[in-house]
Design a protein around this ligand. Structure first.
Ligand code: BG6
Length: 300
């Protein structure tokens, strides 16, 4: 596929954006604004770190994560496009599409004001992407760091044929103990239960709690979600727009032991709450049209 080049030094901004060598020798942009910090790898346009001022890091990244060409990083915010999970037509294709394993390029870095800095990364179709998904597109991923982390994935149809796509900002959050957290914002919402043969179920009036492997695709929901974490004594609010699905995932003990890039004992310390458009919420784009999926993460 592609190799990740180091970006031009002109994208560095004194005290706000620096270009660093990260795990696996891959380049990342280190952002700093008003005491908050974030890291974004060009490999996959992958945010691996977000730490608001005077707070613990918000994102989980596995100690066993593999940082390398063609591999997806286990943790942070994988950018999922143009399909979610297994490919419908060809299950031999990589899970969750190709965006998270491609080399993105830096389009711009900007200081927005004295408390916010922005990075915009881009990815376009090429021979390798068209071999697995035959459409022309321009993807732009904007990250704004301030007290909050604002992410926007904008997809434009640059070809002359319509297409449908799925996307996700597959955010892994660090939690004190997943068995003790609760998740609000999905009450009375329908979901497809992946651990129960994709059966359709409906959430009740109570917050979501975690008692075993959890892998749910909540559909037709645009609500903000809040992770309530009594162990870390904090709440993480995940706001969104342009997104009509939310996926909630924790692999639990047995499944995580089967992942080579996930420590056997790490599962209690994470939960994924993913800002998505999947299944019947997939996005249809006519030639020339675009769509933006946005997630805003903050401690509340
Ligand atoms: C979640 C899916 O979004 O991602 C799960 O709902 C999947 O089914 C998980 O196991 C991790 O996927 P991957 O491809 O990163 O191992």
């Amino acid at each position: 596929m592609s190799t990740t080049d180091f970006p031009n030094d002109s994208f560095a901004i004194s005290e706000a954006v620096s270009i660093e060598t990260g795990r696996g020798g891959l380049p990342y942009l280190a952002l700093s604004a008003g005491g908050s910090s974030a890291h974004i790898y060009l490999h996959g346009a992958h945010v691996t770190h977000f730490q608001p001022v005077d707070a613990e890091p918000v994102l989980f990244v596995s100690d066993e994560a593999v940082f390398g060409e063609g591999k997806a990083i286990r943790g942070g915010v994988p950018v999922i496009f143009p399909w979610f999970g297994a490919n419908d037509q060809d299950p031999s294709l990589p899970s969750h599409g190709f965006a998270r394993t491609r080399a993105w390029s830096v389009e711009s870095t900007n200081v927005l004001d004295d408390r916010r800095v922005q990075v915009v990364l881009g990815l376009r179709d090429d021979e390798a992407t068209r071999a697995v998904w035959p459409f022309a597109f321009a993807a732009r991923f904007s990250v704004v760091l301030g007290e909050t982390l604002e992410m926007e994935l904008r997809i434009e149809n640059t070809g002359d044929e319509s297409f449908d796509y799925e996307d996700a900002l597959h955010t892994y959050f660090q939690v004190g103990d997943v068995r003790k957290i609760s998740l609000t914002g999905l009450e009375d919402t329908e979901y497809l239960d992946k651990v129960n043969g994709m059966q359709l179920a409906r959430e009740g009036a109570d917050p979501v709690s975690f008692k075993g492997e959890t892998d749910r695709v909540y559909i037709d929901t645009e609500s903000e979600c809040v992770v309530h974490d009594p162990v870390m004594n904090r709440r993480i609010a995940i706001g969104k727009s342009g997104s009509r699905s939310t996926v909630v995932w924790n692999p639990w003990a047995e499944k995580s032991a089967a992942f080579a890039d996930f420590g056997d004992d790490e599962w209690p310390g994470m939960v994924c709450v993913e800002t998505c458009n999947v299944g019947r919420n997939a996005i249809a784009l006519a030639p020339g049209a675009d769509h933006a999926t946005r997630a805003t993460v903050q401690l509340a």
